[in-house]
Design a protein around this ligand. Structure first.
Ligand SMILES: Nc1ncnc2c1ncn2[C@@H]1O[C@H](COP(=O)(O)OP(=O)(O)OP(=O)(O)O)[C@@H](O)[C@H]1O
Length: 737
């Protein structure tokens, strides 16, 4: 493809001047935005409300732009294209123009920067020389050229090979870095691909899926700024550790309007505190729950078998079963969401009671409204009406369902008795990760109404105090069928999400927010019910879904992406496979794939590592006792840390000790509280999506017996070395002979 050359010192000086100029313009532009922000802010505190709102909007726009540019410091300029016509373009993290309106830097996402990533000697796209410029702080330290106007069969397949290799072999910190300077052509095509429907990016470990997904989010925020600035982008990742690991990538690319969540945090304000056993979690992920929850919700709307009598002073008022039936029909017609239909239902019955009372009292029409108000305030009236259209929160609905085998049998007839038994739990049992998608479904089907919300909050407070009579009272409160939202409810609404400032903050606090684009990482782990919850958050179906079927936690899980996507499969537009591993040295990558094959799960999507470190894999004879295994760990940790001895000041270099669950605590005790902060001791599943310079893997046979996917993850986390410490038996396929 391209021919790398070694430019001279004179060329370094040329680039230093260009880089200096770009930083000067950056400094001036930042300053200018801050000055404009201050001026806008100071421009009169009076005027109409609208004028003040406009002034605030302008001031915050300048502030946001300044903040964006202030994040861009490292490697501002990283590329240069010399055209076949002699033209010159510098490529960097942002676009910059100087005071004379001359373009100084081209944003890497602009169409004109595309050849930097995609030009080849066969298809030079008008480019004669592509130059990678390496900088430290504001200093140019080296440059590397690909000559594209020559045909050379010896040339490298990689672009900016030197810069790429330097990036891949550098010691890791606890944060993922951006790859904007060394994106490869196959990755760039994914990053810039059209934003239509669901794009699935499948790739083995370390093929850059996370990096590509994040750069695609940054690209879309640039290319579709207008749309996405309003609606925002959601990133869904497997764990909070993972979200922390990736949190600096988008800001380093100048983008901040993004919400990142685990699937367990999708419902604002709802927190799961434990996990279900795998069979229960699997069961709760089934799409059947849409119907089960629907039956449970409709079960809250009950037509009585007999007339309901209500004593009001000396009089008896009567609601007939057919009155309830008609009220329920009207409520359902008013809204498909239970809590939202309540008001129509309640108003209908209240009207019937008011008519009866007026007739019995022979009241005239002027007194009708008084009678209605009186009735509305009576606890016995409220109770009779609410009891047959019971408002509920998602939590109440589900905890009652799981605590009552008879209810479960009624609403979930498609589940076997054994399956239902798995689900039954006490009323106050802690919520689990797998409950989150069910809560979301229930919230969707129940809907919200301000009056109902107030009533339910009172009820919950009473239940918290364990006041049974209080709960009864709560059922009788908050009954306002006037159709007006009270001043109190309005204040609550305004103090809520609407009062939050940025798009991202508003989106994160609002369960019904719809995003312009959703990125899902480690997507192979999501259940159909979780997909359903995600689809609701992006009606335009604009998704980037990245994952690896071979890394699935559950053995015998879905075999295709259509199966993984479940209810989202209809929106699948394109599948791309990435085949080059940028993380793991070939010696380790090949061993990991051999192990999977030997254990009967040949990887569906084999990968080739882009580089190798010959002594990357360290394997000794297995030991027979756990004590012996543990005793070997401190030396292995010391060996791994020794590789970064000269980096100890910088905090760089990461070591992970991965072990079966039951060994984690003893290992932490053994290695002590003063363990180097660059060493992490954890389970395989926790390392999903992460990477380390060195991995020390204990008892892989046990890990593999519990989950082959987890074992594959554990084997492929390292950028430098993997030391395997076996207990009892050898891991099949690990050794070459
Ligand atoms: N073009 C590139 N230039 C520099 N580094 C790259 C490039 N592509 C990928 N990398 C690096 O390779 C490593 C692996 O990337 P990433 O974590 O995105 O892979 P992944 O496919 O998501 O892996 P896994 O499935 O194991 O989680 C990261 O350190 C990433 O920065």
């Amino acid at each position: 493809m391209a021919t790398p050359t070694s430019p001279s010192d004179a060329q370094l000086q040329v680039e230093q001047r260009a880089v200096d100029h770009a930083y000067e313009v950056l400094d001036v532009t930042r300053r200018r935005y801050r000055e404009r922000q201050a001026r806008a802010h100071a421009s009169g505190g009076s005027g109409s409300h609208q004028a003040r709102t406009e002034r605030d909007a302008i001031s915050s726009h300048f502030g946001d732009e300044a903040a964006r540019l202030e994040q861009l410091e490292e490697r501002l300029v990283f590329g240069k294209l010399t055209g076949l016509d002699g033209s010159i373009r510098y490529i960097g993290r942002t676009g910059l123009v100087d005071e004379d309106d001359q373009r100084v830097l081209m944003d890497w996402r602009a169409p004109a920067a595309l050849p930097f990533y995609q030009a080849t000697a066969v298809e030079p796209l008008g480019v004669a020389i592509r130059r990678h410029i390496m900088t430290r702080l504001r200093q140019v330290i080296s440059v590397e050229d690909d000559l594209l106007d020559t045909k050379n069969s010896e040339a490298s397949e990689l672009q900016g090979e030197g810069a790429l290799m330097a990036a891949l072999s550098s010691a890791r910190s606890s944060f993922m870095g951006d790859i904007v300077a060394t994106i490869q052509a196959e990755q760039d095509r994914v990053i810039r691909s059209a934003d239509q429907g669901i794009l699935v990016v499948q790739g083995g470990p370390g093929t850059g899926k996370t990096a590509v997904a994040l750069h695609r989010a940054a690209y879309l925020l640039y290319a579709e700024h207008k749309r996405l600035a309003r609606s925002g982008v959601l990133i869904v990742g497997p764990s909070n550790t993972f979200l922390r690991y990736i949190e600096k990538v988008l800001p380093s690319l100048g983008e901040t309007g993004v919400v990142s969540l685990t699937p367990q945090a999708l419902v604002p304000g709802f927190k799961a505190s434990t996990v279900d056993p795998v069979p229960v979690a699997k069961l709760k992920g089934d799409l059947l729950w849409e119907r089960i929850i629907n039956r449970a919700v409709r079960g809250l709307e009950r037509t009585p078998k007999k007339p309901v009598e209500i004593r009001v002073n000396e009089r008896i008022l009567k609601l007939m079963p057919e009155d309830f039936k008609a009220a329920i029909t009207r409520g359902r017609r008013a809204s498909s969401k239970h809590n939202e239909g309540w008001q129509t239902y309640a108003t209908y019955l209240l009207d019937i009671l008011t008519t009866q009372l007026s007739e019995q009292a022979e009241a005239d029409s002027a007194e009708y409204d008084w009678a209605r108000d009186d009735l509305r305030s009576l606890p016995q009236v409220r109770k009779a009406i609410n009891w047959h259209w019971l408002p509920a929160t998602p939590q109440q609905l589900l905890s009652r369902l799981f605590a009552d085998p008879e209810r479960l049998a009624r609403f979930a007839p498609e589940l076997s008795a054994a399956q239902r038994e798995l689900l039954v739990r006490p009323m106050n049992a802690p919520w689990t990760d797998a409950d989150v998608a069910l809560i979301d479904e229930a919230a969707e089907q129940l809907g919200e109404h301000p009056q109902v919300t107030r009533m339910l909050q009172a009820q919950e407070a009473a239940q918290r105090d364990e006041l049974l009579s209080g709960a009864q009272r709560a059922l009788e409160t908050g009954f306002d069928t006037s159709g007006l939202v009270s001043a109190e409810a309005l204040a609550d609404l305004l103090a809520g999400p609407a009062a939050l400032s940025s798009t991202a903050a508003r989106a994160a606090a609002d369960r019904s927010w719809t995003y312009g684009h959703v990125v899902v990482d480690e997507a192979q782990e999501l259940s159909p019910m979780q997909w359903r919850a995600l689809l609701r958050r992006c009606p335009s179906r604009s998704f980037t879904v990245v994952g690896d079927l071979d890394q699935q936690r559950i053995d015998h899980g879905p075999a295709t992406w259509e199966q993984v996507l479940g209810p989202a499969a209809h929106a699948l537009q394109e599948q791309v496979v990435l085949e080059t591993s940028y993380r793991t040295p070939a010696t380790i990558m090949d061993a990991a794939q051999r192990v999977m094959e030997a254990l009967g799960r040949t990887t569906q999507y084999p990968v080739k590592a882009v580089r190798d470190i010959p002594d990357a894999l360290i394997v000794s004879e297995p030991v027979s006792q756990v004590e012996e295994l543990m005793a070997a760990v401190p030396a292995a940790v010391a060996r791994a840390l020794a590789r970064f001895a000269d980096l100890s000041q910088s905090g760089l270099g990461r070591v992970v000790v991965i072990a079966p669950e039951e060994m984690i605590s003893p290992l932490k005790d053994l290695l002590g509280p003063d363990l180097d902060e660059r060493v992490w001791i954890t389970r395989a599943a926790q390392t999903k999506g992460l990477e380390f310079d060195s991995t020390i893997l204990l008892d892989p046979v046990t890990i593999g017996k519990r989950s082959l996917g987890d074992l594959f993850v554990a084997l492929t986390r390292s950028t430098q070395t993997l030391e395997v410490l076996e207990l009892g038996s050898v891991l099949p396929g690990l050794r070459t002979s």
